[in-house]
Design a protein around this ligand. Structure first.
Ligand SMILES: [Mg+2]
Length: 460
């Protein structure tokens, strides 16, 4: 029996046991938008063998135009997940191919390739994410409001009453996560009115990225059913805290499944920063800091992302988003926090990040730090939100780029990310990504806004 035949037999059994009628053959495009075809299970064999056909151009930036050949998305059987909120459907994440080859513009293909190269070093990347989102309603004038009208407190973070009012939604999401085997361990009201975060256990990077795609789909589905909108937009409200996607990263031995970012206990190793991490972890952090000005284009990939970042505080008092490429211990005012001596928490990413691309990009930066013995800098213990830009610059800490255009230009010239995100027939994927992001910025920039009219209409 070939691998494909064995996979078909295995999936067919699970489909029967689960009472599943349809498969979502899924992939994401550059923005991380979940795309799917609904395939009846009687067509399973064709789906697993030939894939589901898509006109890639129609879904978003996928390196295709209307004349391009079909993109055939081949399901990864390991990602089979029955959807508890619509149990007659199971999702499988696919690896798109074109003319029989893995398509280098497909984010999942890009991460898979990066992880395969990592495996050649006998290493595995494990990741966890903190996916924040806001529950809102759309007003007749096109503006949005917090869905819970009573959620108006100045410091709504961890508010038990706000949590209680959203209990039906939160418990349903929690039940669903546990039914899918993700291990939900916390659910909280976040720092903005109407903002929530629901956590599940870390896993290998591909699994976590697949789960985030399903998590977002689930949250949107739950909200729509309740007559609301869910948004992962980095900054849905000018004066409220934005939606982050903090990522927890660690490297593990592929052979022994030992965590390699843990230091301290081993007398052979020295702990140069005193945070209990291994030198490998410090070097990895060094690479992330070094390449942060370009990495940010992938981790914070839309115009709106740069309204979340920076020092300016929303109504609740602090932004919680990094303004500087800084590193330290358990300190939330910087880009990399070390909450415990076993992993790095990279606080750069936001709700618009494509998890496949973000993990691949972070991995490339981190490995460059390892290969070139990079130093993440002094362990920052101060409140960087309170420091002046001059004080921060005097300490050799770099300020993160102020707009998507700045970030995209940094990405365009970054060789490590050009290599890390792989080559396409027209050049590095990172260049394709950067050009797309410049176009997005300019399209936004060319819009005349109501704020501009208010400010300038009669000023001169
Ligand atoms: Mg949070």
């Amino acid at each position: 029996m070939t691998n494909t035949e064995a996979a078909i037999t295995d999936i067919a059994k699970r489909i029967k046991d689960d009472g599943v009628e349809f498969i979502y053959a899924m992939y994401v495009e550059m923005h991380g938008k979940a795309c799917a075809k609904l395939v009846p299970v009687n067509a399973l064999e064709g789906l697993m063998t030939d894939g589901a056909g898509f006109a890639g151009f129609a879904s978003g930036p996928m390196g295709q135009d209307p004349s391009s050949p079909d993109m055939l998305a081949i399901p990864d059987p390991a990602s089979y997940t029955q959807l508890p909120w619509q149990p007659n459907v199971a999702a499988m994440q696919c690896d798109p191919t074109v003319l029989g080859e893995p398509w280098p513009y497909a984010p999942r293909v890009i991460l898979r390739k990066a992880l395969a190269q990592l495996a050649e070093r006998n290493l595995v990347l494990k990741t966890g994410v903190e996916a924040e989102y806001s529950l809102v309603v759309l007003n007749d004038d096109g503006s949005i409001s917090v869905a819970d009208e009573r959620d108006v407190g100045d410091l709504p973070c961890y508010d038990a009453k706000g949590l209680t009012r959203m209990l039906p939604h939160l418990t349903e999401v929690s039940h669903n996560m546990n039914a899918m085997g993700w291990g939900n361990y916390a659910n909280d009201h976040e720092d903005a009115n109407g903002q929530f975060e629901q956590n599940w256990q870390y896993a290998d990077a591909l699994t976590t990225a697949d789960r985030l795609v399903l998590f977002r789909l689930m949250i949107h589905t739950m909200a729509e059913r309740d007559g609301r909108y869910a948004t992962f937009m980095p900054k849905p409200f000018t004066n409220k805290t934005g939606n982050g996607l903090h990522a927890h990263l660690s490297l593990w031995s592929a052979d022994t499944d030992e965590p390699l970012f843990v230091g301290g206990d081993n007398p052979e190793t020295t702990d140069s920063k005193g945070l209990g991490l291994s030198e490998l972890a410090y070097q990895f952090a060094g690479g992330l800091i070094q390449h942060a000005p370009a990495l940010v284009a992938v981790a914070c990939p839309i115009v709106n992302s740069y309204k979340r970042m920076g020092v300016g505080a929303p109504d609740s008092g602090a932004t919680w988003a990094p303004a500087y490429a800084a590193f330290g211990g358990n300190n939330r005012t910087q880009m990399i926090r070390v909450p415990e001596p076993d992993r790095l928490e990279v606080r750069l990413g936001d709700g618009a990040a494509n998890p496949y691309l973000m993990f691949a990009a972070m991995l490339a930066c981190g490995l460059d730090g390892v290969d070139n013995n990079m130093d993440p800098g002094e362990v920052n213990t101060s409140n960087l939100f309170a420091a002046t830009p001059e004080e921060v610059a005097a300490r050799g800490i770099e300020t993160l780029p102020p707009t998507l255009l700045h970030a995209a230009e940094n990405l365009k010239t970054n060789k490590v990310l050009a290599e890390g995100l792989g080559m396409t027939p027209t050049g590095p994927y990172s260049h394709y990504f950067a050009e797309q992001k410049k176009k997005e910025f300019m399209a936004h920039h060319h819009q005349v806004t109501t704020g501009e009219i208010r400010k300038y209409l009669t000023l001169f």
